[in-house]
Ligand binder design. Structure first.
Ligand code: HEM
Length: 127
């Protein structure tokens, strides 16, 4: 079974001598990779956080990079720390779904009112 790390345990390893990062709920020891990272050492060291799922995804890493990442895995992020992170992502997701829904309903409203206007004008001017 893989080791479970709390967020504070990972955060204790955030230097050039020992660097742990968490991506998608897994924990990686990327210390030996710092110097080799094609995106630069500072991208790994100056993340401002130990949970770098979004940073990793936003940099549009290749499948090769994802395969390489797997070789550094040392365990999992503790459930409560991972969940608090996912629930934030969930909140963002549902907020964007809501705004898409309200956008859709206002478009529908616009179409219906235009249609009504055409019908009323046709009746009025048709006389
Ligand atoms: C921790 C595990 C990581 C691994 C194993 C990794 C691996 C790689 C690899 C192999 C590349 C070369 C291009 C590719 O194959 O996609 C790359 C590029 C890059 N990485 Fe990472 N990366 C990691 C984390 C990060 C993080 C956390 C960031 C951002 C904060 C980042 C930012 C970038 C950027 C900007 C490039 C593009 C460099 C360029 O094309 O000039 N990487 N990474």
């Amino acid at each position: 079974m893989s080791k479970v790390y709390s967020l504070s345990e990972i955060e204790a390893h955030h230097s050039k001598d020992s660097l742990y990062l968490s991506i998608h709920g897994d924990v990686y020891d990327v210390t030996d990779f710092i110097d080799q990272h094609p995106g630069g050492q500072e991208k790994l060291l100056e993340t401002g956080t130990s949970i770098v799922t979004d940073l990793f995804e936003n940099a549009a890493h290749s499948d090769d990079a994802r395969q390489l990442l797997k070789t550094f895995v040392i365990g999992k992020l503790a459930e409560e720390d991972f969940q608090s992170q996912s629930s934030e992502a969930f909140k963002e997701d549902s907020a964007s779904t809501l705004s898409t829904q309200s956008q859709e309903s206002s478009t529908l409203f616009l179409i219906l009112s235009s249609f009504l206007l055409i019908v009323v004008s046709a009746i009025y001017f048709g006389r």
